[in-house]
Design a protein around this ligand. Structure first.
Ligand code: AMP
Length: 324
């Protein structure tokens, strides 16, 4: 089944402890689409400027990404400048230039408004909502992402988006900021009360945790020795997650858990090189092999019902430190 995504297509200038890149192809919709394209057909809704390079357009085409909804207008493509310090999990934004996104108003192409899977990648929540409203039928699954830039700048538009998605995927700092709550589990619960059926918290090198009203599931990140550039890891995770769900059609809790592992698999490739260098040229063998490695990494027991060989003491429960 096909996926429609709205989000940023950008030129990123990034510095990490391992080097730097200037004006490399990036953007939330770009990472998402390339990752998801390994599993399902993707159509992209975004805008680029007259400076958009033909080789970047060709790269999207080589992944069979439908770019009919990628408008090209006069002006400059979105620019993002970011830097990572020793704490490789958190990007510091040095500059955001919306450029052609400042006046963009998406109009869906024929066929796009009936896509069964919709991903509202990180971009102005007003644009995310405009796309959602143009959908003919409610898609089977709507998921979304955002970041501090929009949480601070467009809180009320974002509240409408959060209230309309089935799954919200956000990083750890953002879930705390969005909920106004420091404890991760409480913050996720608060967001679950606002509408989504599932909140997936992306925690960089610590993996991801999925919260539903009844379940919590943790997926590790692959323990890589060389993390070169984490830019796009979150969008890539979302691409693997949605790509798997669209390809399998499995929207059970089991399916969502597996989708989180597939998200982690795909993100592990993105961080191994600058920009899209690794993600854009994966073989299906490499994806399958890393999925198996994840399975081995997380497997510890065929059944959760095994009794542990614990020792018993006749102890009284402590009452100290309790409230009341
Ligand atoms: P992440 O997966 O969180 O590392 O996303 C990184 C990508 O987000 C980069 O390629 C940027 O171009 C893009 N980006 C950064 N800031 C924004 C923003 N305010 N709106 C949309 N996309 C952004």
């Amino acid at each position: 089944m096909s996926i429609l995504v709205v989000g940023s297509v950008a030129y990123d200038s990034v510095k990490t402890p391992y080097g730097s890149r200037r004006e490399a192809l990036g953007g939330s919709a770009t990472y998402f689409s390339v990752a998801a394209s390994y599993f399902a057909p993707v159509s992209i809704v975004a805008v680029v400027g007259s400076d958009f390079r033909s080789e970047d357009q060709a790269m999207l085409k080589s992944h069979d990404i439908d770019t009919r909804g990628l408008a090209r207008v006069r002006g400059k493509t979105f620019r993002w400048v970011g830097e990572y310090g020793e704490d490789i999990n958190n990007a510091r934004t040095l500059d955001t230039q919306l450029n052609v996104f400042a006046d963009f108003s998406p109009a869906l192409e024929p066929g796009h408004s009936s896509a069964p899977f919709l991903f509202l990648a990180n971009i102005d929540p007003e644009l995310q909502y405009q796309v959602l409203q143009q959908m003919q039928d409610r898609p089977k699954l709507v998921a979304g992402d955002t970041m501090n830039f929009w949480i601070q700048g467009k809180a009320s538009a974002l509240a409408k988006v959060v209230g309309s998605v089935d799954v919200l995927l956000v990083n750890e700092a953002e879930v705390r900021q969005l909920a106004g709550e420091n404890n991760l589990a409480k913050a996720a619960r608060r967001i679950l009360h606002q509408g989504p059926r599932m909140v997936v918290v992306k925690r960089g090198e610590y993996g991801a945790v999925g919260f539903t009203p009844e379940n919590v599931f943790a997926a590790p990140a692959y323990p890589l020795e060389n993390v070169i550039d984490p830019t796009g890891a979150g969008d890539t995770f979302a691409g693997g997650f949605m790509g798997y769900l669209a390809a399998s059609g499995d929207l059970t809790m089991e399916g969502f858990r597996r989708a989180m592992i597939v998200g982690s698999v795909m993100a592990s490739f993105t961080v191994e090189s600058f920009g899209l260098d690794r993600l854009r040229s994966l073989s299906t063998d490499a994806i399958q092999e890393r999925y198996r490695e994840f399975w081995r990494l997380t497997y510890f027991d065929g059944t959760g019902e095994r009794e542990l060989p614990t020792r018993h003491f006749a102890l009284q429960e402590s009452t100290s430190g309790r409230d009341g």
